[in-house]
Design a binder for this molecule. Sequence first.
Ligand SMILES: Cc1cc2nc3c(=O)[nH]c(=O)nc-3n(C[C@H](O)[C@H](O)[C@H](O)COP(=O)(O)OP(=O)(O)OC[C@H]3O[C@@H](n4cnc5c(N)ncnc54)[C@H](O)[C@@H]3O)c2cc1C
Length: 389
Amino acid sequence: MLVSNLPQHVDIVIVGGGPVGALLAQRLLKSGHDALLVDAKHSVGNDPRALAIAYASQQSLAASGLWDESLAATPIERVHVSQAGTLGRTELNAAELDLPMLGSVVKYQKLAQYAFDQMVAGDVRLALGMKVTQIQRLARFAQITLESDTGTQKISCRLVILADGGHLIAQLTDIKQTVKSYAQHAVLATLTPKQPHKGIAFERFADDGPLALLPTGNDFTLVWTQTPEQATARLTLSDDGFIAEVEQRFADRVSGFSAVTGRASWPLALKTLNSVVGQRVVLIGNAAQTLHPVAGQGLNLGLRDAATLADVLAATPARELGEAASLARYAKLRARDAGLVTAVTDSLITLFDSSSLPLKHARSLGLLAMDQCSWLRRGFAERMVYGAR
Ligand SMILES: Cc1cc2nc3c(=O)[nH]c(=O)nc-3n(C[C@H](O)[C@H](O)[C@H](O)COP(=O)(O)OP(=O)(O)OC[C@H]3O[C@@H](n4cnc5c(N)ncnc54)[C@H](O)[C@@H]3O)c2cc1C
């Protein structure tokens, strides 16, 4: 529900109504806490990302009214992983985990706009078109400054939750962010396959960088990691030239493509924090950790942040919101999953980015071992679907 007049005080302010902030706001409704969500935008603009959402994340969104068939998500039944130039390959499949699907692919724009619409139609108190420009924190409360077309306003609160994708982190002097640039861009594109994709996603480790193909409607969304210079060159290639380069890297793993549209490029970096909590503040989703998209885990991890924080806050009396003890409880609960998924994603890049021959053979053996060993494969797939529990 949109608020027409901003209050002077609320107990909890959530900054950012992306999928992570939205899930938290929806789940907090049950706790009865006095909360307000603010987002700088009025509606979600164009965004080229297609997101692989794990089955467990899908269930979590659905339980909070943020997922239904109107999203037209495409089920992923199998994930085929292979390395170019070697025999190394394996396949993860939903049947092995007794699930109807490993996950689904949905366009970011659709998912985020659906979340906005559900919040507007529902009970979440929402202020759109309000950009937070300043956060001030004292021992007993915090104050945020909001700017909109109609001017500047201030709101005091007990707790600020940043689900803003990481834009306001520089204002938090008690939290340090580390940025590791991969000196890589992701080239995104929509590719029409010559044969139906049958719900199979592909992860291909080519000599010059990993490529992922996510089944999206009747097409694939390509996420192709490469140097910024290669990305610039490939955005200007002819359609046929671009398709030929992708086909060459997939060899005979896919049947080929008849068309490419919507090419875009995205700079990649790993951003982590020394702490996801500080004085009267918690950071979740991309504000807490921004990962390389190679394993499609960023949003899945962020949704688990939101679910855990909602549970911790539901068990916290209003007068204790924002106090160090409950924030520390949250940070402790999230440390293992966030640490493990971040480390695995980062090491995939480091490990598969080297063209050294011994390392290439070791990677190939690793994939073959996983292919032969069902418990290893199941363990890996379970972590992709549920996170580290
Ligand atoms: C190419 C690519 C592919 C990816 N693929 C996958 C995938 O397959 N699977 C997966 O799990 N993840 C994937 N990710 C990661 C995923 O996109 C992010 O993890 C996810 O979008 C983070 O959601 P969020 O809600 O934390 O932040 P965001 O989606 O960034 O939302 C932040 C919100 O905060 C608002 N905001 C920002 N600043 C302010 C402010 N000052 N005041 C008020 N509001 C503000 C914004 O308007 C926005 O609505 C991918 C990322 C990329 C780049």
